[in-house]
Design a protein around this ligand. Structure first.
Ligand SMILES: Nc1ncnc2c1ncn2[C@@H]1O[C@H](COP(=O)(O)OP(=O)(O)O)[C@@H](O)[C@H]1O
Ligand SMILES: [Mg+2]
Length: 315
């Protein structure tokens, strides 16, 4: 497809022993925002780390391919991967403060990041980007050091640096979970701004179920190392197909003071390498003895156009 930017094909990833994610398939169109949901430990961070794939992240791709802008980046050398990191594929981590050394000026750190990709440092560009993110007084900020700043400011400065490096694909791993609700909202608006201004494609992991409905074009649901559902946001959130997605969405607290229907138990730790369905122990349909995934629990099947799931009941 002409405007496809990322294709993940049958991807399995390990940290040395056993796979943590397995058989993941999905595609992303340029300029889309895709949110990944799922309980802790289901492999969302591992998926983003494997796409970034710099050695420090410790992910080992054991199977499958990642095609970025038409090229199979799984065959790239460490040197080639590093030259793309930041410039073509950027990553914003949960603790954004960690993006900077607390004791060195932002100016020194912006220069270092740009020079490492053979890019020029241009203060006018910094000033313009800061203004887009509501950061006044660029002259003062750029000469200050992270330890002098609030978390919300550092976060916006980290986003500014990302914008200046201008990656085509931005991976955000729970970028807002450490922030209060107001700052979270601002950060999400800034990500949407980046997409508007630069047509950046964004993959976002979040625990806040309000976020995908606010900004995502597509939603992916991970369970025990598998991508179990993937599709257009309104379809996945309003007509979830997989029993896990249904339970996950059913567990979202609502404002009507009813207790959410809890999801009992926990995902299995070795789910990625399991042959039988890793959700079967918790699955309400399996418990009733009407298992529908049978011998083929992990192949995504079309529910309807732009919406697929590994297991679902046809009405
Ligand atoms: N650096 C690592 N080394 C070994 N195991 C890891 C590492 N990072 C994550 N894991 C394991 O991989 C599994 C998936 O974790 P993760 O991708 O962080 O899930 P999520 O982001 O969905 O919470 C977990 O069992 C976790 O303990
Ligand atoms: Mg995570």
């Amino acid at each position: 497809m002409a405007d496809e930017i990322l294709r993940v094909e049958d991807l399995s990833v390990s940290y040395g022993k056993g796979n943590m994610i397995s058989g993941v398939n999905f595609t992303v169109t340029k300029g889309e925002i895709v949110c990944f949901l799922g309980e802790s430990g289901c492999g969302k961070s591992t998926l983003l780390k494997a796409i970034m794939n710099i050695p420090e992240l410790e992910t080992v791709i054991t199977k499958g391919k990642i095609i970025f802008e038409g090229k199979d980046i799984t065959s790239y050398s460490d040197k080639e991967i590093r030259s793309m990191a930041g410039k073509n594929i950027g990553m914003v981590l949960q603790h954004l403060g960690g993006a900077f050394n607390p004791l060195r000026t932002f100016e020194a750190q912006f220069k270092e990041a740009l020079y490492s990709h053979d890019m020029e440092y241009d203060f006018e560009k910094v000033k313009e980007t800061f203004a887009q993110l509501n950061l006044p007084d660029a002259e003062r900020i750029i000469k200050s050091r992270p330890y002098e700043m609030s978390g919300g400011m550092i976060q916006r400065i980290a986003i500014a640096m990302t914008m200046i490096l201008g990656p085509e694909l931005l991976l955000c791993d729970e970028p807002t979970s450490a922030l209060d609700v107001t700052t979270q909202k601002m950060a999400m608006e800034q990500l949407m701004n980046i997409r508007e201004l630069l047509n950046t494609t964004i993959l976002l992991v979040t625990h806040n179920p309000g976020i995908p409905s606010m900004m995502a074009d597509k939603v992916g649901v991970m369970y025990a190392g598998h991508l179990v559902e993937y599709g257009k946001t309104h379809q996945v959130l309003h007509s979830p197909a997989h029993p896990y997605t249904k339970a996950l969405i059913g567990a979202i607290p609502t404002f009507d003071f009813k207790l959410p229907k809890g999801l009992e138990g926990q995902p299995p730790l070795n789910g990625a390498d399991m042959e039988k369905c890793a959700f079967s122990e918790r699955c309400p349909i399996c418990k009733e003895g009407h298992c529908i995934c049978g011998n083929n629990p992990y192949t995504l099947k079309e529910v309807c156009k732009d919406h697929c799931a590994t297991c679902f009941k046809r009405d």
